[in-house]
Structure formats: C-alpha cells, structure tokens
Design a binder for this molecule. Structure first.
Ligand code: DNO
Length: 362
C-alpha cells in the first residue's frame, strides 16, 4: 500500500510542502486542471506536473480524473473521436510514468452533496447529503457553483443534457460504458496504466439520471466488461458505504482477490436516514464504515496500490475547498497508515521515498 494525498495543482491552497510533512504520505493524486473536457491531455503537461511533485519530494502516483465527455456516456456519434482522444491522454500519462487513472461514468454530475458545511456535535463541519433536500434543488437555474459539480453548466445547457439522458436507460448506459472500456482498456494496458473506475457518489440515481456503478455486483460487472487486469476499480468506502446494502469488506475481498482494486479512497460516513448521510472522521467507531474490516480485506488480498484519505471535515477553524482541507485529511492519512501498520504486524519501512519500502508488510 502506498499512502497518497489529493492535490489540486498549483491553485490548491495547500502547498505540496505541507503534504510532504504528513507522516507516511509519499504519493500525490492530481490532474491537469486547464484542459477542456474532451481535449487530449498533453504529454508535457503530465511531465511538468510530475516534475513539480517530484521537486517537493513526492511521487505523482495517480491521475484523478480525466473526465469522460458526456457524448461518450450518451453514446453519441462523436464518441469515437472523443474516445480516441481519451486513449491518447492515457498513453501520455503512461509515458510520463503515472500508472493509475481514477475516472467515473456518472451522467452530468460527479459526486453530489446537499450541504457543504453541516455542523457536527464537536463543532467541526462536514459534507452531507439528503435526498429530500436534493429534490428541492431547482435545476432550471443551472448548476451554479454547487459542490462536487466539476463542470458548471448554464441553465439551457443543463436542460439540453438532462433531456438527452431521458433516452438513456440504465442498460443503455451499461452499453456505453462497455463501448468505452473495450476501446480504452487495450490502450491503457499497452501504456502501463491501470484504469480505476470510481463508484457513483451517492450510489443511487439523482435528478432522474441513471447511475449504475453503485454496488458490489455492479463493480463485478464493470470488471467483467473487459476482463483484463488493466480494467479495475477505485474502492471508495464513502461512496459505496452510503448504501447500507453494500457489504464493503466482502466487496473488497472479492475484487481484491482478483487484483482489480487499483486505488482505495477511504472515508467514513454516518447514515442518518434513508438516502441521507453526513461525512464523519475516518476511524471505524466514528461512522458506519468499518474501516478496520475494509483495510483487513485489502491487506489480506495483497493490496499494493495507492490509498488516500478521502474527504475530511473542516476542523480547527480551517477554511478551504469543501471536503479537501489539510487537517482532517492529514489525520485520516495517519490513522489509515497506523491501522495498516497494525494489521501488517510490523512497522512500515521507508522514512522517505529514497529508502526501500515494503508497505505490504509480511
Ligand atoms: C470526490 C471524488 C470524485 C472523484 C471522481 C473520479 O471527492 O472522489 O470527484 O474524483 O468521481 O472520477
């Protein structure tokens, strides 16, 4: 296992120098933030990013994410050209030496929350979701700058997209995902890149849009669409864990045993009602995700990939990008690192990246 931390590039208020000081963190998860969706991500862009991260004493380990253009998810005729460009981007990241790509196949919206700063009992604030509150959001006004919505659409653009998805049933969306993977996975394989689909967050349809990557069986179906090691998943405890029907350790064991977990996002959540939850501190006892059981499953199945603490709360008066402050994520990283060390039964080697490391333990 390699502990990593997400960094939003030079505009991230958290400097890499601070990331470097988090105990155990050696890798960075990042992306190019200035490439329009659908364009090729240039090789030199990846190399520059890798050099910046390297200069800070860290490794660029994961690209999260190269967004999948809506035309691909909609199965429009333009998809062939867009998929060819996607393959080129994947080749470029491989050439720059980055081996894991986290991406998602959620129509229109990426991760979605209805409250960015719910105050918890201890005075910290956390991201929260409530299906009733979602139903009160008026999409006729566009997406505005609401949380998690990587692309902000104008009201007419959004209306057109939502209308286009009315013809896309869940089965159609599966077909479009298969079409995409049949073309991208071979390119990834030859570029030395592992594809790691991120589960839908939350794991149910929102705004009447189909969402299919929501459960263990769905993830099994994804990896079977193109049955190659390069076609794997991001195991996200917070996304999958929002549905109490998902048995996280069992899902991790099944996919992990076949070497299909290429990246782990670890985050705890507390379920407060039907389709209602808020994010919680990382330790098992403080939410509904049994983090210890999940990490045990990953460890038992020989997980060697990158892991990152996913969202954190805002604590100690920190202000910043919702879910992506420094303090609580750093605490999460340290907790996860210690938990892994405890489960491994021996100290984790590697004080810095130049020393030999054996993070999988005995
Ligand atoms: C949220 C993230 C997601 C993730 C994408 C991957 O914080 O986990 O936005 O990056 O869904 O494509």
């Amino acid at each position: 296992m390699q502990m990593t931390f997400r960094w939003f590039g030079p505009n991230d208020p958290i400097p890499l120098a601070h990331v470097r000081q988090i105990p155990g963190v050696r890798g960075v998860v990042s992306a190019l933030y200035d490439v329009p969706v659908g364009d090729v991500w240039p090789r030199d862009g990846f190399s520059r990013l890798a050099d910046t991260v390297d200069a800070a004493g860290l490794d660029l380990t994961v690209i999260e994410s190269i967004p999948v253009h809506e035309d691909i998810k909609l199965g429009r005729p333009t998809r062939d050209r867009l998929i060819a460009r996607y393959c080129e981007s994947v080749r470029h990241m491989g050439e720059a030496g980055v081996g894991v790509l986290c991406y998602n196949f959620m129509p229109v919206f990426d991760w979605t929350r209805t409250d960015l700063a719910l105050t918890l009992d201890d005075g910290s604030t956390a991201l929260a979701y409530d299906d009733n509150a979602l139903s009160r959001i008026d999409l006729t006004r566009g997406t505005g700058d609401l949380p998690g919505w990587a692309t902000a659409y104008s009201a007419p653009e959004l209306a057109a997209l939502l209308a286009a998805y009315r013809d896309v049933s869940e089965e159609r969306l599966w077909e479009h995902l298969a079409y995409f993977l049949e073309r991208v996975v071979p390119a990834a394989e030859s570029a030395g890149v592992h594809m790691a689909i991120h589960p839908d967050d939350p794991p149910w349809p929102i705004f009447g849009l189909p969402r299919v990557v929501t459960s263990g069986p769905a993830l099994e179906r994804v990896v079977a669409l193109v049955d190659r090691p390069a076609n794997g998943v991001t195991f996200c405890t917070g996304s999958l864990g929002a549905d109490p029907a998902n048995d996280l350790p069992a899902i991790a064991r099944s996919l992990g045993a076949r070497g299909r977990i290429h990246f782990a996002h670890c985050r705890n959540i507390h379920i407060t009602g039907r389709r209602q939850f808020h994010e919680a501190p990382h330790p098992s006892a403080l939410g509904d995700v049994d983090m210890r059981a999940v990490l045990m499953a990953l460890r038992d199945t020989g997980f060697r990939g990158p892991m990152r603490p996913d969202h954190g709360r805002m604590i100690w008066g920190e202000r910043g990008r919702p879910g992506y402050g420094l303090h609580d994520r750093a605490l999460g990283a340290t907790y996860l690192y210690g938990l892994w060390e405890g489960l491994s039964g021996s100290p984790l080697a590697g004080r810095n990246r130049n020393e030999s490391v054996n993070l999988t333990g005995p």
